[in-house]
Design a protein around this ligand. Structure first.
Ligand SMILES: Nc1ncnc2c1ncn2[C@@H]1O[C@H](COP(=O)(O)OP(=O)(O)OP(=O)(O)O)[C@@H](O)[C@H]1O
Length: 138
């Protein structure tokens, strides 16, 4: 079990002024931020990041949305990081997300759902490298 996961605060939450609120929830849950940056994905980069969903009907909408505005990408550290962070963000569809989760509080819909969280240790490492590769040491 790795102690790191990767997250993005998505364009809806950034545009609606929720970066601070979401980071507070992340800190309060015991995660340490080891790398973080604000950036905007090109459609090509968003498509690459979500390539596993290429065949899904919502792929075009997802890529358009994820490249529509600024995002905040971060690597987080905590014991059991991947699983605990998935619990903290809540269900993909905010209608099914539990009280106390980030998506319950900040997500607008299944597409505009405020945050991303890696679903495995392997993907956490791949996704972290996607944004923070090479020269940076953390
Ligand atoms: N039916 C849908 N309509 C529109 N967008 C969707 C739909 N299902 C999923 N998505 C979008 O695709 C993303 C990836 O879907 P996935 O099933 O991997 O959910 P997730 O693992 O909870 O989300 P994420 O990977 O962003 O943490 C979702 O977060 C959501 O933004």
């Amino acid at each position: 079990m790795s102690n790191r996961t990767f997250t993005m605060i998505k364009p809806d939450a950034v545009a609606n002024g929720h970066i601070g609120g979401i980071l507070n929830m992340i800190n309060a849950a015991g995660f340490r931020i080891v790398a973080m940056k604000m950036t905007q994905l090109s459609a090509a980069k968003a498509g690459e990041f979500y390539a596993v969903h290429k065949e899904r009907p919502f792929y075009g909408e997802l890529v358009e949305f994820m490249s529509s505005g600024h995002i905040v990408a971060a690597i987080l550290e905590k014991d059991n990081a991947v699983e605990d962070f998935r619990k903290l963000i809540g269900a993909t569809n905010p209608a099914n997300a539990e009280e106390g989760t980030i998506r319950k509080k900040y997500a607008e819909s299944i597409g505009r759902n405020a945050v991303h969280g890696s679903d495995s240790d392997e993907n956490a490492a791949i996704e972290g490298d996607f944004f923070f590769s090479g020269l940076e040491k953390f």
